[in-house]
Ligand binder design. Structure first.
Ligand code: NAD
Length: 471
């Protein structure tokens, strides 16, 4: 079985130690992934540091051309990389699965290549002119999770290199090979040292973020790891973007046409088996539409083919790993013990792979663990409300503040509700609809900083004022 490589300063590194990577749908061994050493982490940061001034000195247009070449590489290899995503992460090739993830990788590469951060004249009179310039920070450490492994790595890498930083990326230990393969291909068109990788468990990430030559950490992952990164980097003045966990509320108002919103609600909740930071994870439905919503979602759940994502027609795969699977089982069992109504699903599937059915839970209340904890899986608790004020209060009662949505036939009314919901993004009649031009990030316990669009580019720069005395 093949062993895969990290890449440091343009060179493939043969690992001293490796770990086994298995397909979550079949439990088959699919390859050996490297465990980087502490020395390799340092070498990767040094390679990035050495390459950075030359990369930053290139004209903007030259860097844009390099990034468009990266987009071509991703596009030309999208099928092979999508197969890696499916074999390693589990999401199917079809539907909103791994080919969809690769399309997103291409889009999120092309868009930053089309954006600019022009010098802003922030003040000018007869006596002075003050210009705000945006400079790269230096070396960016990118720490990625396992749910959308290639897409989130691209979200971190591309804006950073677009503005003249260089990068050391550490993929999740659950989804290493596809990401390393993507970076190996990208390296064929980038100058040496611009994009490097290290790999292995959390300790390798910890080693990377604590390196004093890292100027900025782009982190997407859990709250507990986010807190450790804050502690590890505080004394180095390392800049942070923290995209942490969510527990998004969706509020369905009494005037909705349930049939018209059913598919949107379904995929807004179960995209990637619910293993998506900004999926609806708690549904608050007005009492007049409650049973209809519960039934329509449960019908859809039972129609969607689940299985090995390499098989034709499959649109839902397994849960990605045992830790996540156990968490889902535990929370559903707790809901059962608290007299919730399991409308569909609710029992683990027999056989190989971490398969768990889409599970709709009704007659459940705030305060139950399945509502209050980020379950990050294929389960949706649906809570009844009669007064919109109560739904807003419920949506805002948790520390999570990543996304939320409001569903209504009346956009003006929906906007009034949306404005009062505490989340970085509140979608109306859609959920989780991220876009490469639109800033995305959490508030409250879901982290800080934004990605995407011009604001995302700014977040991987540092401002410099050049102040001119005109007298
Ligand atoms: P995780 O925190 O366990 O791991 C994320 C990454 O951090 C991995 O690469 C891991 O090896 C690394 N890591 C672990 N310990 C570290 C340390 N001490 N220092 C540095 N790096 C360390 O998260 P996960 O389970 O991979 O991802 C799921 C979580 O990510 C969920 O909570 C989900 O909501 C969140 N998420 C958030 C967003 C967002 O945009 N806000 C997007 C996707 C996922």
């Amino acid at each position: 079985m093949k062993t895969y490589h990290t890449i440091i300063g343009g060179k493939l590194i043969t690992p001293k130690n490796t770990f086994e990577v298995k397909n979550p749908a079949t439990d088959e061994l699919i390859g050996h992934a490297p465990i980087s050493t502490k020395t390799e982490v340092e070498q990767a940061v040094n390679a990035a540091k050495e390459a950075q001034p030359g990369w930053a000195a290139l004209e903007d247009d030259v860097r844009k051309k390099y990034i468009m070449k990266v987009a071509d590489v991703l596009s030309n290899n999208s099928e092979a990389l999508a197969r890696w995503i499916t074999k390693e992460q589990g999401k199917p090739l079809a539907g909103p699965g791994s080919m969809f993830e690769m399309e997103a990788c291409v889009g999120w590469t092309q868009v930053p290549a089309s954006l600019d951060l022009p010098v802003e004249v922030v003040f000018e009179d007869d006596a002075r002119r003050d210009e705000l310039h945006r400079k790269p920070i230096g070396v960016v450490a990118a720490i990625a999770p396992w749910n959308w492994p290639l897409m989130i790595a691209i979200w971190q890498i591309i804006p950073a290199i677009r503005v003249g930083n260089t990068v050391v990326l550490k993929p999740s230990e659950y989804t290493t090979i596809g990401t390393l393969e993507m970076v190996r291909l990208i390296n064929e068109v980038l100058p040496v040292g611009v994009l490097n990788t290290v790999s292995g468990p959390g300790e390798i990430g910890a080693e990377l973020v604590a390196n004093k030559n890292v100027g900025k950490v782009m982190f997407t992952g859990s709250n507990s790891t986010g807190e450790k990164i804050i502690e590890a980097t505080a004394c180095n003045m390392t800049r942070l973007t923290l995209e942490l966990g969510g527990n998004d509320a969706a509020i369905v108002m009494e005037d909705v046409n349930v049939k018209a919103i059913a598919e949107g609600l379904f995929w807004g909740s179960f995209l990637n088996m619910g293993q998506t930071c900004a999926c609806a994870k708690r549904l608050y439905v007005h009492e007049d539409k409650y049973e209809e919503v519960v039934n329509v979602l449960s019908d859809l759940a039972q129609k969607m083919p689940m299985g090995n994502g390499l098989d034709e027609g499959v649109v839902l795969g397994p849960i990605q790993n045992k830790m996540q699977y156990d968490k889902v089982v535990d929370l559903v069992e707790d809901a059962k013990a608290n007299n919730a109504r399991i409308v569909c699903g609710g029992n683990a599937k027999e056989g190989k792979g971490f398969f768990y059915p889409i599970t709709i839970i009704a007659d459940v209340k705030d305060g139950t663990r399945i509502v209050d904890e980020e379950q990050f899986g294929p389960v949706l608790p649906i809570i009844k409300y009669s007064n919109i004020e109560d739904a807003i209060k419920s949506a805002n009662r948790l520390e999570a503040g990543l996304g939320a949505s409001v569903w209504s036939s009346n956009i003006d009314e929906a906007k009034k509700v949306a404005a009062r919901v505490e989340a970085g993004t509140v979608w109306i009649n859609q959920h989780g609809a991220v876009h490469p031009m639109v800033p995305f990030g959490g508030i409250k316990g879901s982290g800080y900083g934004v990605e995407f669009g011009v604001d995302g580019l700014k977040s991987v720069t540092q401002p410099q004022v050049i102040s001119i005395n005109k007298a």
